[in-house]
Design a protein around this ligand. Structure first.
Ligand SMILES: C[S@@+](CC[C@H](N)C(=O)[O-])C[C@H]1O[C@@H](n2cnc3c(N)ncnc32)[C@H](O)[C@@H]1O
Length: 214
């Protein structure tokens, strides 16, 4: 899997660090499809609450969240993405609450966010279990985790499998998000496949409170 690892390193060190404006152009080069996919996450983020976005990238969703949230915080590993998104928020006159850091060690106390959102970031992470555990940790009881990402279509159709494996070639991983979410004491409340061959999915988990678990 050297090619897979190399592709992931290329995205992490070159694209996300140095080419944030090019990545931002994905929306334009896909005739708006990218934003249509990413913005599906908004359907699962209640307004006027505290939200954390993990792996915000060039920040279009972060700006939309900042407009509607009581408190909107973002974290991303790439300094290039942090700088680009900071400028985007400032241009829009929006509050900037961005941290450069990793989902593997979120610099927040437990139980502080009503919603954690992440789009197309999880599939680029090699340690998916630790990432979901950290996102679950910072949620309040009954808070929600909303993911939009890639995966193999449940019905096994060839078009979807083709697209999913193409992403794999670019360094991504195909995870079973419902299983990951359940393993971290969250109930899966939404699983929606969409996009070409249904290889994209929205998965929403609700954190089960300690009394519900008992
Ligand atoms: C494919 S981009 C997705 C960007 C945006 N959310 C979107 O939907 O277009 C993945 C993002 O996750 C960030 N990222 C990678 N590893 C990370 C980590 N360990 N913790 C937080 N962010 C990370 C990258 O810097 C990049 O901005």
């Amino acid at each position: 899997m050297a090619g897979h690892e190399g592709a992931r390193r290329f995205f992490n060190t070159i694209v996300y660090e140095m080419l944030a404006p090019v990545y931002d152009g994905l929306d334009w080069s896909t005739l708006g499809a990218w934003w249509r996919y990413v913005s599906r996450a908004l359907d699962h983020v209640p307004a006027h609450r505290r939200v954390l976005e993990v792996g915000f990238g060039p920040g279009k969703l972060q700006a939309a969240l900042a407009r509607q949230a009581e408190l909107c915080v973002g974290i991303d590993l790439a300094l290039g993405m942090c700088r680009f998104t900071r400028r985007r928020l400032q241009r829009g006159g929006l509050p900037v609450r961005l941290a450069r850091g990793s989902v593997f060690a979120l610099p927040f106390p437990s139980g502080v966010f009503d919603t954690v959102v992440s789009t197309f970031a999880m599939s680029g992470l090699a340690n998916e279990e630790q990432a979901v555990a950290e996102m679950a940790r910072v949620l309040v009881p009954e808070g929600t985790l909303a993911l939009v990402d890639i995966g193999l279509p449940l019905d096994g159709n060839r078009t979807g499998a083709f697209w999913a494996h193409l992403w794999e070639r670019f360094g991504d991983f195909l995870y079973d998000y419902p299983a990951l979410i359940r393993a971290n004491a969250l109930d899966v409340i939404v699983f929606d496949e969409f996009g070409p061959g249904k290889h994209l999915r929205t998965v929403v988990g609700k954190k089960v409170s300690a009394s519900q678990r008992a």
